[in-house]
Every structure is written in C-alpha cells, then in structure tokens.
Design a protein around this ligand. Structure first.
Ligand code: NDP
Length: 263
C-alpha cells in the first residue's frame, strides 16, 4: 500500500521518517512517499489517491483548505475547522479528516495542561490556529483571544468559535495562561517583534507549533515559563493519521523517536 504527503514546497517535513518507522515497526510493507505538489497540480495529485494501491495522504501547507473541495466526504471536525491534513481512500471514496486538532489536544494532555477556564491566546489565524481554537473552545478555555497581523482572518475565527480577535499583543497577553504560536514565525530563525511575555501569568504554558527550538521557546524558558514545541502535536497527528489508514494502534513512541532523530 502507498500513502503520500502532498505539500509545497515540502522541504522540511518529518512525516516520511515518522511513518516509515511506524510501518516498519508494525511489519506493514507500506510506503510513505513525499509528493511536492504545487497548487496547480493539487487536483491531479488528489485524483491519484484513488489508485487501487493507494490508501490516502497527509496534506500540508498550502493545501489544507483547498483539499476540502476535492474529496467526496469531509469529516465533521475538518468541516468546522475548514482545513484537513489527512485523506483516507476508503472503498471508492476519498474522505478528509483533521487530525491536527486532536493532535494538539493530546500534546496539551502530555504536559497535563487542562484548558478549562484558562485565559488562552492564539497567535495567527490560519488553518492550524483554527484547529487550536476549536480544541480550546471545546475544552472550555475562557477567554480565548486570537492575535493576527491582518484582521479579516482573525475576525473569521472569532466569529466561528465565539472568541475575541485583537491586533494588540499587550491587551491579549496580560495574565494569559496559555500562548500558542500558530504562525510560521520561528521556522527561519526569525522572532516576533516585541512579544511581551513578561505580561503572562507566571504559571503560563507557551506552545510553539513550529517543531524546532525557536526564539519564542527560548525566550519563554529564559523567563521561567513552561514550554512545549510542536513536535508532540506533530507526532500525535501522525499517529491519528496512521490509525485512520491502517485501523491499527499507532506505535506512538517509535514515531516520536523517529521524529526526534529526523529533526
Ligand atoms: P497558514 O498559512 O494557514 O496560516 C499562517 C498564519 O500565520 C496566518 O494567520 C498568517 O497571517 C500568519 N503569519 C504568516 N507569516 C507571518 C509573519 N511573518 N508575521 C506574522 N504573522 C504571520 O499556516 P498553518 O496555519 O497551516 O500553519 C501555521 C504554523 O503551524 C506553521 O508554522 C506550521 O508549520 C505549524 N503547524 C504545526 C503543526 C504541528 O503538528 N506541529 C501542525 C500544523 C501546523 P495572515 O492571516 O495575515 O496571512
């Protein structure tokens, strides 16, 4: 069986290493292949997932939203979030799922962070931010604030999940107990301009969805705050994808080791 990952430019993905290790550990003679897919090739690549020997794909930047219009069915959470990162070829159908959201929920559980009644701030308003917002809203985080550089996308999330949008870091961060970076800032060694982490609650958790050590994580650690990078979420979303394709329990620790080794 074949599983693919479609994204563009698909330069720094750890997913092939994670899934190859999982298939090996489970004695599955499956292959996980990276398919760099520019936007104008997405329709064609999604159609190829219907091949008899193909079980589905992971979908990554920038296709997580466009894929929804190219499959037969969309799972309820992917529909609400408006983005999917996993497609399963089931019978004759392609079904899109969002495992990022549950992956984020499980990553928070790993550090025993219960969002209920917590003041949470999401930086960014793209697909990952929407997955995070859904998890936090359903877990009862309150208040939840989205901060984005451009207002329309932040306003859209705010309307969708009944939360607040602002462009003012100070107002958003004062007393916050959870901050989640759902922007790509940090991937290239870059950092937020003047992010006042000193305004956070002293017991705050700072999560960066970027799965490398970033300036944000380093700054938070230096300020004595708890931190989590994006690797646990990445591993959990991969495990959930594996389970959707194979209907078998994922070898989570094997996948984590593979991600750490490949990072
Ligand atoms: P999107 O492109 O959908 O959204 C990106 C968001 O970041 C937008 O709100 C955008 O603002 C904002 N943004 C982008 N560049 C900048 C910048 N230079 N300054 C300020 N804001 C910026 O991406 P995704 O939501 O899919 O992914 C976001 C991040 O999350 C990525 O780094 C991705 O790798 C990571 N991720 C990690 C996962 C994991 O498992 N660890 C899973 C999914 C994502 P605007 O709306 O104004 O364009």
């Amino acid at each position: 069986m074949l599983v693919r990952i479609l994204g563009w430019p698909l330069e720094s993905t750890l997913s092939p290493a994670i899934h190859a290790a999982a298939f090996r550990a489970c004695d599955f003679p499956w292959e996980y292949a990276a398919r760099p897919t520019p936007p104008d090739m997405l329709r064609q690549e999604i159609a190829r997932l219907r091949d008899a020997d193909c079980r589905g794909a992971n979908i990554t930047i920038p296709h997580k939203e466009a894929v929804l219009g190219l499959v037969d069915d969309v799972d309820a959470s992917a529909r609400e979030i408006g983005a999917a990162n996993c497609v399963v070829h089931e019978g004759r159908k392609l079904i899109a799922y969002n495992t990022d959201a549950e992956g984020f929920a499980r990553a928070l559980a790993e550090v025993e962070f219960d969002p209920h009644d917590k003041h949470a701030v999401i930086l960014g308003a793209g697909g990952a931010a929407r997955a995070v917002a859904r998890v936090l809203a359903r877990a009862g985080a309150d208040p939840i604030t989205v901060v984005n550089r451009s207002a329309p996308r932040a306003d859209a999330i705010a309307a969708l999940f009944g939360i607040t949008a602002t462009m003012n870091f100070d107002a958003a961060l004062r007393g916050a107990e959870l901050v989640v970076n759902a922007t790509p800032i940090g991937w290239k060694g870059d950092a937020f301009d003047a992010l006042p982490l000193e305004l956070l609650s002293r017991s705050a958790l700072v999560v960066d969805l970027v799965y490398r050590s970033t300036a944000l994580i380093e700054m938070a650690r230096a300020g004595g705050l708890r931190t989590q990078d994006g690797l646990p979420m990445l591993v959990h979303q991969a495990a959930l994808s594996f389970e959707l394709w194979t209907k078998r329990a994922a070898p989570l620790e094997v996948m984590r080791e593979a991600a750490l080794a490949a990072r």
